[in-house]
Design a protein around this ligand. Structure first.
Ligand code: DSN
Length: 415
């Protein structure tokens, strides 16, 4: 029907569908949602205004969406063992904005992991609202180990005396000790906030320490390892903070919640509570560890020497002499999608970067196991060892097609 009404848009979506089906998706923050999540997020729920919260709305006719939001909230609480949750943030950035506004006043001191060491824009970058509204001080990973040095962090926190310490990362492949973060934050009288966006699925499956017992506020997106629709969530065990968060999200930052997305979140949380999800996450981590090993065997420099999560960070500048941007573009020509990424102590600007970030959530959803991961590592190496050889790139592109074909993507390939 869309084809007849709007051919330009239809064709653009078809092209994107084809790209998702034929490319090897290695962006660590992406995933493929289930047919159920797709159905619900494209449903009639998009028609409903529901400003407020279940039972306390500013619009009539909210009895059904109340039920939906309550389902999402109950499932999310169960998934992480949290007492209070807010499922309305439209994104991870808005969830973080709400968390800061709930705990801080403009100008308050905050510590966050530097962007080029794995942190997120909203952890204090000067161009983000976070760096503009608050007095952010970066902490860094250790130059040798490329991992967080908790003793140094503690020393820094004693000097800076922040009101809040933020942890969680976008490009840090190792597990994070939230318990230790809690001890450090408490020792200087600071709040602790954990942005678990990247590892939310790994945490839900019990394969990474759960931040809920240790953090005053936990934020996340729902579309990365958690494999839900694009959006944000906030969790806490503190009733007073929970009340403030609700006020800050609405009416503080947002108006009407996206009820179709909240319904999609409810589906994703139900999926994440199933046994299959643990099996999936175990494979995600196994695949990432194997990818790191196989790339190391092929001469690549894996930042921190490996991974504990879904993510592998390569410093290609160190081993191959070209930037992450070059690597991203050439891999793209072979239908391998990833993103350039700065590495700790990078001398390149973020738009060039010395590294690339790879992730296994999407290809694992697709069904890739050890055998396919070894082939993925080989294909990456073939391309990056031959960036000027068009024949090799074409040959890899054909191998990518052969590798992905036996793994149809839900409805996309059945249409
Ligand atoms: N842009 C996301 C990522 O790729 O990690 C973080 O928000």
């Amino acid at each position: 029907m869309l084809k007849e009404f709007d051919i330009e848009l239809y064709e653009a979506i078809e092209k994107e569908k084809n790209r998702q089906v034929t490319h090897l998706e290695l962006i660590a923050s992406e995933n493929y949602v289930s047919d159920h999540v797709l159905t619900v997020t494209g449903s009639i729920l998009t028609n409903k205004y529901a400003e407020g919260y279940p039972g306390r709305r500013y619009y009539g006719g909210c009895e059904n969406v109340d039920e939906i939001e309550d389902l999402a909230r109950a499932r999310l609480k169960k998934l992480y063992g949290a007492s209070y949750v807010n499922v309305q943030p439209h994104s991870g950035s808005q969830a973080n904005m709400a968390a800061y506004r709930a705990l801080l006043k403009n100008g308050d001191k905050v510590m966050g992991l530097a962007l080029d060491h794995g942190g997120h824009l909203t952890h204090g970058h000067s161009l983000s609202f976070s760096g503009i509204d608050y007095d952010f001080h970066s902490y860094y990973v250790d130059k040798e180990t490329e991992m967080i040095n908790y003793d140094e962090l503690e020393e820094l926190a004693k000097k800076i005396k922040p009101k809040l310490i933020v942890t969680g990362a976008s490009a840090y492949p190792r597990s994070i000790d939230f318990k230790r973060f809690n001890q450090i934050a408490r020792s200087v009288g600071a709040y602790l906030m954990v942005d678990m966006a990247h590892i939310a699925g790994v945490v839900a499956a019990g394969l990474h320490q759960n931040p809920i017992p240790y953090a005053d506020i936990v934020t996340s997106t729902t579309h990365k390892t958690l494999r839900g629709p694009r959006g944000g969530i906030i969790l806490t065990n503190n009733e007073d903070i929970a009340k403030t968060i609700d006020r800050v999200v609405f009416p503080g930052i947002q108006g009407g919640p996206l009820m179709h997305i909240i319904a999609g979140k409810a589906v994703a949380f139900k999926e994440a509570l199933e046994e299959d999800f643990i099996t999936y996450q175990k494979q995600v981590v196994t695949n990432a560890k194997l990818l790191a090993d196989e790339l190391q065997k092929r001469g690549f420099y894996v930042v921190t020497g490996g991974t504990d999560t879904h993510m592998v960070l390569l410093n290609v500048k160190k081993t191959h002499g070209f930037t992450g941007k070059v690597a991203e573009v050439v891999l793209g020509e072979a239908n391998i999608t990833c993103n350039k990424n700065t590495v700790p102590y990078d001398t390149e600007k973020p738009l060039l970067a010395s590294g690339i970030r790879l992730g296994t959530p999407a290809i694992t959803t697709r069904g890739f196991k050890e055998k396919e991961i070894i082939e993925v590592a080989e294909l990456i190496a073939r391309v990056l060892n031959n960036i000027n050889n068009k024949e090799v790139i074409l040959e890899v592109k054909e191998r990518v097609e052969a590798l992905t074909k036996p793994f149809p993507l839900f409805q996309l390939q059945k249409d």
